[in-house]
Design a binder for this molecule. Sequence first.
Ligand SMILES: NC(=O)C1=CN([C@@H]2O[C@H](COP(=O)(O)OP(=O)(O)OC[C@H]3O[C@@H](n4cnc5c(N)ncnc54)[C@H](OP(=O)(O)O)[C@@H]3O)[C@@H](O)[C@H]2O)C=CC1
Ligand SMILES: O=C(O)[C@H](O)COP(=O)(O)O
Length: 496
Amino acid sequence: MAGTGVFSDILDGDVYKYYADGEWKKSSSGKTVAIINPTTRKTQYKVQACTQEEVNKVMESAKTAQKSWAKTPLWKRAELLHKAAAILKEHKAPIAECLVKEIAKPAKDAITEVVRSGDLISYTAEEGVRILGEGKFLVSDSFPGNQRTKYCLTSKIPLGVILAIPPFNYPVNLAVSKIAPALIAGNSLVLKPPTQGAVSALHMVHCFHLAGFPKGLISCVTGKGSEIGDFLTMHPGVNCISFTGGDTGIAISKKAGMIPLQMELGGKDACIVLEDADLDLVAANIIKGGFSYSGQRCTAVKVVLVMESVADVLVEKVKAKVAKLRVGAPEDDCDITPVVSESSANFIEGLVKDAKEKGATFCQEYKRDGNLIWPLLLDNVRPDMRIAWEEPFGPVLPVIRINSIEEGIHHCNASNFGLQGCVFTKDVNKAILISDAMETGTVQINSAPARGPDHFPFQGLKDSGIGSQGVTNSINMMTKIKSTVINLPTPSYTMG
Ligand SMILES: NC(=O)C1=CN([C@@H]2O[C@H](COP(=O)(O)OP(=O)(O)OC[C@H]3O[C@@H](n4cnc5c(N)ncnc54)[C@H](OP(=O)(O)O)[C@@H]3O)[C@@H](O)[C@H]2O)C=CC1
Ligand SMILES: O=C(O)[C@H](O)COP(=O)(O)O
């Protein structure tokens, strides 16, 4: 049960506290933020609306704690991360319950997110010990005109205070994907969780608290991004921002100072289907890729570009699978659950209405009950329809029929997004040519797009982001290079 047992410290009455200086605290603002359960559309939880003064104190503590954390041996940092991972997995049930209640994540997917997060933390600890435990040794005479009079020792050092801002759809996994690399690299961490997902995140933070991390090293400030967000992202105490979400990230990148930014933003992942594709495999991946978590994934299949000659058969196969999707409450492990908010549902409905007005073929009747939208496949979608380009972040999937591979690649590359894409064909030569031509960070061949496994690079191009994620890339981007050069009076060459 959320906020009970080991988690009772984080709850004060019906309001969750924020975390700073190794303690759970009540904000002096006296204001709270309601978290609306997408299924019931009623207030499920409340969190603090932290003040700017409290953010200032958090940043000061983070700066101080980072100095001693940077002197903590790598093996000790890794040991604490492994402890946090174990505690997180031990308490996966109450944390998963929070995910079900605040973001309507299906119960089994919620458990998976928490376990995956524990695994990510441990993998990051191991990877960090390896890659941060070695540097480079350079000699001067490799550059023309130089004798071997200079030895250069380089190492990766921490940036300082990392501000992590994850999105609602993975409030635990996309938080730890920032927290763990930051900490193993010797940084301190300030977390601003999404409002919907904040209580899941607070429970996750408590697992780090229970693991025994130094006071002030990790903080979690709550409050609406629209109210406290700018103060955080423009705070002079922040040395790096790692953000996942929507267009907000583009706005942040224009406001932030001269600091490293890691931005994972929206996507319009295209699924290109060639005539020789295994259409049963394609249909299964369209269902998994297009409708998991009701399409609320940046890596969801967001447009199907299928060769006309096989389109009828494919659409029928997908329709048959859509009909079998269970629609309902996340507690019942339904495949399609309510989208995260009424505003999101209204946005999705706007795209559907536009497609209707412009003549798309509705493979199912459009149906909505509150935030619950039944899965909808739109066939014969044309480029003049908004759904061809915009990201619904919901269970609505457009099918565009193409007559050539070039047409598919053109549509994919005409998008402002460039996160992932996928291509289905038995011809590996064509698959490689198409992958090379698609302007996306990743192309999946014969499978739906996906960020996982979490050690794979994860890179958005164009409006899909900057800076590459994935465990190793995240660790590296949260460090900078320090060099020490030893100057010898006379050249010295190591004898064989
Ligand atoms: N790339 C991806 O993985 C994801 C992309 N998205 C895209 O974003 C859209 C909206 O989803 P959502 O999660 O609301 O994304 P947002 O970009 O609105 O929010 C992402 C995070 O940013 C915070 N935030 C909001 N405003 C600011 C600000 N001014 N400064 C700093 N932080 C801020 C939010 O906090 P708060 O919740 O308090 O507003 C949240 O923690 C989706 O429709 C989808 O297109 C969404 C999720 C994942
Ligand atoms: O932001 C997102 O939606 C996630 O990065 C997608 O992750 P997934 O492919 O593992 O669902």
